[in-house]
Ligand binder design. Structure first.
Ligand code: KG4
Length: 343
């Protein structure tokens, strides 16, 4: 019998719902919140309120586009954490109410696991290309930078992670401080394409093992720009393409060094990337090139599955559902990765 999963994602500033039938995507609706634009970052209270307004129309639209009736759902998969508590509460409460009203089971999904498994969403008329297990995933988003060993869809090992800022945070904070706008990743990515990545050099952090650090490079960029501006007030405006290209290259070098090390240490040459920063064109090119040189099999998610979306929550939910996992109605959302299922 066919299995139909509704996925619900509300961990940050995107309200999303998706419907998956036997792993094939029928719909994926995302309402991106615009209310944060003036603030240079996500305002948690405004995010919760926007989720409340969006959740009913977004879920209805996802079911309509999929041509699926609520009564046909096999399970409701929702993001339980990590993320903003108020935002998560909206998706979690909605999933519970729907579960009770339809008498349909719920499965909880860890948002990070969703990013890692995004590449397993299948689409009509798109050839299936999925990594065999185990594979390594470079998980890079606004809140996380991790190298994850994926043993199977439900068993992950974190080989390394950031000890301070996430790489997406470095993109966002630096862009904001340089007056380039929010979110910073896409802006820096666009400007970097026009600049010379070799023009400016930034010191690499020295962190043992497979862990990352991005707070030092963030600070050194900000001091560098401030010092140059003290001499030439037009420095930023006249050199922003080269600054962005050099800064982006430095971030990618840091990410790649540890990824190469992880591949060598584990002997695993199937390499995937996931999370919002995996949309970065410089990182995508570099992984592809490095893969060609080192004989890696590389897996890059389609752009629409890089940032927050419910399709990835539905596919992760599919694996939990198949494993017989069900979420009780008293499950509360959790905000921190430390409380999450991936440890
Ligand atoms: O996965 P995501 O949508 O949300 C989190 O769970 O964090 O990731 C958002 C992050 C932001 O930091 C944003 O600047 C970054 O992904 N991002 C990018 C690009 N597109 C989004 N970073 C670099 N280059 C991009 N093209």
């Amino acid at each position: 019998m066919s299995e139909i999963i509704l996925g619900i994602e509300s961990s940050c500033d995107d309200t999303s719902a998706a419907v998956l039938q036997d792993r094939v995507l029928l719909s994926n609706v995302i309402a991106s919140q615009q209310v944060h634009k003036d603030y240079g970052g996500v305002v948690p209270e405004l995010a919760s309120r926007a989720h409340e307004l969006n959740i009913v129309p977004v879920v209805s639209e996802a079911l309509n586009r999929a041509g699926v009736k609520p009564s046909e759902l096999s399970a409701i998969a929702f993001t339980r954490g990590p993320g903003l508590l108020g935002s998560l509460l909206v998706g979690t409460s909605f999933a519970k109410a729907l579960s009770i009203s339809l008498n349909c089971p719920m499965v909880e999904v860890n948002h990070l696991q969703g990013h890692v498994l995004a590449g397993f969403v299948r689409q009509k008329d798109v050839p299936v290309r999925e990594p065999e297990f185990p594979f390594l995933c470079l998980l890079v988003s606004g809140g996380n930078s991790q190298i994850v060993k994926v043993n199977d869809p439900l068993h992950f090992e974190i080989l390394g992670q950031t000890i301070d800022d996430a790489v997406g945070e470095a993109f966002d904070k630096c862009s904001k401080m340089m007056g380039l706008g929010y979110p910073g990743g896409p802006v820096i990515d666009r400007l970097a394409k026009l600049g010379n990545p070799e023009r400016f050099k930034f010191a690499k952090p020295r962190v043992p093992g497979l862990d990352y650090s991005f707070s030092g490079i963030k600070t050194s960029l900000l001091y560098f720009v401030r010092d140059e501006m003290a001499v030439d007030p037009g420095f930023m405006e006249n050199n922003k393409e080269d600054i962005c290209a050099s800064f982006q290259k430095a971030l990618i070098d840091i990410l790649m060094d540890k990824l190469v090390k992880a591949a060598k240490q584990t002997g695993i040459n199937r390499i995937a990337i996931g999370g919002g920063v995996s949309a970065n064109s410089g990182l995508r090119n570099r992984i592809t090139e490095e893969g060609r040189r080192r004989g890696w099999e590389t897996f890059l998610p389609e752009f629409k599955f890089t940032t927050d979306n419910a399709a990835m929550i539905a596919i992760a939910g599919h694996f939990h559902y198949l494993a017989g996992e069900r979420c009780p109605l008293d499950a509360a959302p959790y905000s921190r990765a430390a409380d999450s299922l991936i440890r």
